[in-house]
Design a protein around this ligand. Structure first.
Ligand code: PLP
Length: 376
């Protein structure tokens, strides 16, 4: 099997699996219980906070565990809207944000907030100046992701935060770093943001765990109401196995310099190989993470190419996994022609991929061009 859909989700790494097994078998107590079994489950949660905080550049006490990136984004967005309502009702976001940001913003628009979506350049990168130009004194929330899930384009978050604060100093800067965490060097403090979301299953941890960082100056309003878990900000018995696996995955992340060198070499092999296939177009991308490549075979719809590759046991995705079948709002916002958007495929790598995987994909693409395009 050649798995090249790592932006959708990643296989679980050995440390994550070990931690999860221990949580499910030995440390199965309720982390809120006062006895020793409860304490050992709680200890697993606290142990998980350490490596995540270290790699995120924050204090472990500032991390709130959630069920994933979606919940973390929702919690930050609805908290900003509610706590800053008296300051205004205007929200600015990048048009390329993930649905777990765009959808809560749509809900807020239905409640009377005004939402301005700013498009990126053709290469998928947002201009900090264009984002801040949309900000007004009554802007209360600005959302800019760190790396896009369809293109891998890294966004100028720190620069945008600075520019936004000059116009609307009280505005809440939220950053979805789900695709960036573990793949690039950043810290929440250096980015000068108020909240940030990450997710375990994008870094070889399990599905069902994510985390939200919130600056001390901002107040979270819990989405759920119940017990006092996660300082009362995310009530409900914590998913200890998933959280323990998240910590294990963060711990096993290789040093960034080493990982980037390996991934850049793989991506170069992929890009050079794809460029040598005349039927395939490499999609434009600025400032990319070395983990993703967007390509298109104009004349062959994404789904057709995806299933053809699947028949050879090669797994890629058409746009983002969450927006199955719909044309990509990201590529559309970039202004790419509909023929390219309809045939776009995302190839996303992980540290477990090999040059052999890349070569198998290249052979698959050549075979697809022969099969579906009479000119190839
Ligand atoms: N944000 C981005 C950029 C993502 O790529 C994803 C997942 O695809 C999410 C948020 C949602 O994360 P989760 O699947 O943990 O809810």
């Amino acid at each position: 099997m050649v798995y090249l859909d790592n932006s959708a989700t990643t296989p679980v790494c050995p440390t994550a699996l070990r931690r999860m097994t221990a949580a499910l078998t030995e440390h199965f107590g309720n982390p809120s219980s006062l006895h020793a079994l409860g304490a050992s489950a709680e200890n697993l949660i606290e142990t998980a906070r350490g490596p995540i905080a270290e790699k995120w550049g924050c204090d472990p006490a500032q991390i709130i565990f959630t069920s994933g990136g979606t919940e973390a984004n929702n919690t930050a967005i609805f908290s900003a809207a509610e706590t800053l309502r008296r300051r205004g009702g205007h929200i600015v976001a990048a048009a390329i944000e993930h649905d777990s940001v765009l959808s809560p913003l749509k809900t807020l628009a239905g409640r009377g907030y005004e939402v301005t979506l700013v498009p990126p350049r053709e290469d998928g990168v947002m201009l900090a100046g264009e984002l801040s130009a949309a900000v007004r004194p009554d802007t209360i929330l600005v959302c800019l992701m760190l790396a896009n899930n369809e293109t891998g384009a890294v966004q100028p978050v720190a620069e945008a935060a600075g520019a936004v604060r000059r116009v609307a100093p009280h505005a809440w800067m939220h950053c979805d770093a789900v695709q960036a965490f573990g793949k690039m060097d950043f810290s929440v403090t250096a980015l000068d943001i108020d909240s940030c979301s990450i997710s375990a299953h994008k870094i070889h941890g399990p599905k069902g765990a994510g985390a939200l960082y919130v600056a001390k100056s901002k107040r979270l309003i819990p989405l759920l109401h119940g017990g006092g878990q996660e300082r009362g900000l995310r009530p409900g018995t914590q998913g200890v196995p998933a959280i323990a696996g998240f910590g294990g995955a963060a711990e096993e992340l290789p040093p960034l310099i080493e990982a980037s060198a390996k991934m850049s070499a793989l991506l170069r092999r992929l890009t050079d190989g794809v460029k040598a296939i005349p039927a395939v177009t490499v999609l434009p991308v600025g400032n990319p993470l070395p983990y993703m490549l967007g390509l298109a075979m104009p004349g062959v719809k994404s789904e057709i190419l995806l299933h053809f590759l699947e028949s050879r046991d090669i797994y890629v995705s058409s746009g983002s996994a969450c927006s199955r079948g719909k044309p990509s709002h990201v590529l559309t916002a970039q202004g790419l022609p509909p023929a390219v958007v309809d045939s776009a495929v995302r190839v996303s790598l992980s540290r477990y991929n090999t040059p052999g995987d890349v070569d198998a994909l290249l052979e698959g693409l050549e075979a697809a061009a022969k099969r579906f395009l009479s000119t190839a």
